[in-house]
Design a protein. Structure first.
Length: 60
């Protein structure tokens, strides 16, 4: 998934988040894994879903 697709997946583009790309950058520092191919950064759907699961278990 591209950065724009991840932003749409998290619905940051429809929320009141001013800087959705900075939010994704913060998520990366919290453990969201990426794959770098050339100059582009990609997100695997499995990694995004695992990240969401980890965040949910942290809150419980």
């Amino acid at each position: 998934m591209s950065l724009d697709e991840v932003i749409a997946f998290f619905r940051l583009n429809k929320s009141k988040t001013k800087f959705p790309s900075k939010t994704i950058q913060r998520y990366r520092s919290m453990g969201l894994k990426t794959v770098r191919i050339g100059r582009r950064v990609w997100f695997r759907l499995d990694d995004v879903l695992c990240f969401l699961d980890r965040q949910q278990t942290r809150l419980e």
